[in-house]
Design a protein around this ligand. Sequence first.
Ligand SMILES: O=C(O)[C@@H](CO)OP(=O)(O)O
Length: 230
Amino acid sequence: MAKLVLIRHGQSEWNLENKFTGWVDVDLSEKGVEEAKGAGKRIKDAGLEFDFAYTSVLTRAIKTLHYVLEESDQLWIPETKTWRLNERHYGKLQGQNKAEAAEEFGDDQVHIWRRSYDVLPPLMSPDDEGSASNDRRYANLDPHIVPQGENLKVTLDRVMPLWEDQIAPKLLDNKNVVIAAHGNSLRALSKYIEGISDDDIINLEMATGEPVVYTFDDKLNVTDKTKLGK
Ligand SMILES: O=C(O)[C@@H](CO)OP(=O)(O)O
């Protein structure tokens, strides 16, 4: 019975400041570090042993993974960093305060941008200063697929190749996998794993630093979902 553990990174500096973050590479806050360490302790207490680890190319998720693995004495396991697990790209909203955006555009519009499945945020241009097109870490990505803003659907579309080519084969081989990533890249993956509808995904929230443990049968059906709550 293979296990997959999803962990949203601990609170970031911009979660604390209530700013749209997306692909901006902000660090964990002090509270976020404690949340990540706490998640690692609960994983250790639950006796969860991993064979492979995955994370994004963003500092807050990478550090969360490392705190989790350190606290659970598993810092040695193979680890892959991939842009496919990055947070959903929030386009031009990145850096804006969410409350100020709600005043400017209305609560409903901001809620739709944040939680709908297929509404795109206002897009950046590749020439914009903060565009991922100008970031060295994406230099080996086909420039046509570097996002300038994503909805959850587009996010799921770019997470799926990772699931199909790497995660699912390992689970089918009875290996345990841990993924430390982001609220929306993990909502997208959970939507697929749990078969959540396009309409219902609006209600799924991921808490920071709270491991979600899925157990699968040998046909990759979920037989159990447990949250290791704070
Ligand atoms: O700003 C973001 O990138 C995300 C995650 O913190 O925010 P939201 O929960 O609004 O999708």
